[in-house]
Ligand binder design. Sequence first.
Ligand SMILES: Cc1cc2nc3c(=O)[nH]c(=O)nc-3n(C[C@H](O)[C@H](O)[C@H](O)COP(=O)(O)OP(=O)(O)OC[C@H]3O[C@@H](n4cnc5c(N)ncnc54)[C@H](O)[C@@H]3O)c2cc1C
Length: 483
Amino acid sequence: MVLMTGEEYIRSLKRRRVKVFALGEEIADPTEHPLLRPSLNAVAETYSLAHEDAYKWLATAESHLTGETINRFTHIHQNAHDLVCKVKLLRVLCERTGTCIQRCVGWDALNALYITTYEIDAEHGTSYHERIKRYLEYVQQNDLMCAGAMTDVKGDRSLRPHEQRDPDMYVRVVEKREDGIVVRGAKAHTTGCVHSHEIIALPTRAMDEKDADYAVAFAVPTDAEGVTLIVGRQMGDYRRVMEDWMDVGNYMYSSSGHETLTVFDDVFVPWERVFMCGETEFTGLVVETFSSYHRQNYGGCKAGMGDVLIGASALAALYNGIMDASHVRDKLVEMTHMNETLYSCALACSYEGYATPSGAYRPEPLLANVCKLNVTRAPYEMARLAQDIAGGIVATMPSERDLRSEKVGKYVAKYMLGKAEYSAEHRMKAVRLIENLTMSTGYLVESLHGAGSPQTQKIMISRQAKFKEKMKNAARLAGINLE
Ligand SMILES: Cc1cc2nc3c(=O)[nH]c(=O)nc-3n(C[C@H](O)[C@H](O)[C@H](O)COP(=O)(O)OP(=O)(O)OC[C@H]3O[C@@H](n4cnc5c(N)ncnc54)[C@H](O)[C@@H]3O)c2cc1C
C-alpha cells in the first residue's frame, strides 16, 4: 500500500508521457512549468497532509476493500462521519492553500460510479461493479490522483447528443471490440487534469436510447494514446509565466487550479476500465449522484478559500488604518456569516446522508443542492465586500517590478504605504491576494459553474421541495378542505 508524500507524488508524475499544450506550445515537463507549478503544489498538499500527525485522522481512511490505510481522496464513504470528514478535509486544505486543490472531482466520480454500477448490475446482470472495485483497489494501492471529466463540450445546448450536427460534441463510443471500446470527443473544464495519473469520464446528462453511444463511463491514464490536454487560459497566467510571484498574489499555489480541454481522439479503453456502456436509463442516476457529492464539496472548499479572503481583507484594513472602523468590522462579520453558512450547509447534507444499496454513503441531495446554490451567490458578495475594504488599489496597483525598479521603486514604496507602522510591500501583498481571489477562476467562476450552473441546482431543489405535501399541511392549518 502506497501513501505518497507530496514530493513522491510530484516525482510520480514525471514518469508519464502526457501530451499537454498551453499558450500554443507543447509542454515537455508540466511539473516544472511556472504556469502549472502553483496548482501542482496545491494538489501535493492533499498528499502531504496524510503524513502530518495533526491531520492523519482526517486525511487518511481505512479502505473498505482491503482494510489498509489509504489517502482519504481515494475512499468510498461508508457512513455520515466519512462525509463530514470530507467537508472538513476540503476546508482545511483550501484554507491552507487559498485555492482549489483539484482532487475532489475524481473522488466524487469514483463514489458515484461505485453506487451506479451496483444498480446497473442489479438490473442487467452485468459486472461493472466488480470492475470499479478492482479499479478502485488499483487507485488506492497506488494513491493515484484522478481527474473527473464529466462536462462535455456540448455544442448546441438546445440539442441532445445524437441531434448535434457534429456527433463528437459529447464523448461517445465509436467502436466496440472484443477487448474494449474506442472513444472520441472532448470534455471541457477538466480540473487538475495535467496533474492527474488517471482521467475518469462520466456522462454529463440524462439520456434516452437514441443517445446510447454517449452513455459511457470509463477510466484511462492521462498519457493514454490519443489523449490531448489543452490548458485553459486564466487571468494572471502571464504573471505566472513571467514568474512575477508577488503579483500572483498567492505565490505558492496561485488562486486557481487549472482546467483543460480534454480531447479523446479515438482512445482505446479495455473492458476492465469501462463502467457503463449504453445503459442510458442509468445516466440520470450517475449524474445526480455525482452532482450531490460535488455540490456538497463547495461548502467546504469555498469556505476554506473564504477564510483566506476574510484574513486578507482584515490585513488590508489594518494596513489602510481602518481596522477599528465599525463599518469595516461589520463587513468582516458579514463575510464570516456568509462563509460559515456555506460550511453549515455542507455539514448538514453530510449529517443527513444515507446508505445506498451498494453500501456507499451519499449526501442528502436537497441540502447538497441548497449548499451549492448558496455558493453561487455568497462568494460574489464576499468578493464585493473584500474589494470595498481593500480600496481601488485592488485594480490599479503598480507591479512588483515597479516596486523593485531602481528608477521608480522609491515612489512605489513611498506612495503605496498605508498606515506608517507597516511596509508598503506588505500592503501590496495583501491587496494582491484579494485581487487574485476576487478576479480569478478558482474562487468566483468556479463557485458559479463548478458542479453545475445555478439553474441545475434549482431544478433539483424544485424536484425535492415537496410542494404538494407543503400545500396539504398549510391547508390543514388554515382549515381548508382540499378533498
Ligand atoms: C473552474 C471550473 C472548474 C470545473 N471543473 C470541472 C471538472 O473538473 N470536471 C467537469 O466535468 N466539469 C468541470 N466544470 C464544468 C462545470 O460543471 C460546468 O461549467 C457547468 O456544468 C456548466 O456547463 P457549461 O460550462 O458548459 O455552461 P453551459 O451549459 O453552456 O451554461 C451556460 C448557461 O446556459 C444555460 N443552459 C445550458 N444548457 C441549457 C439548456 N439546454 N436550456 C436552457 N439553458 C441552458 C445554463 O443554465 C447557464 O446559465 C468546471 C467548471 C469551472 C468553471
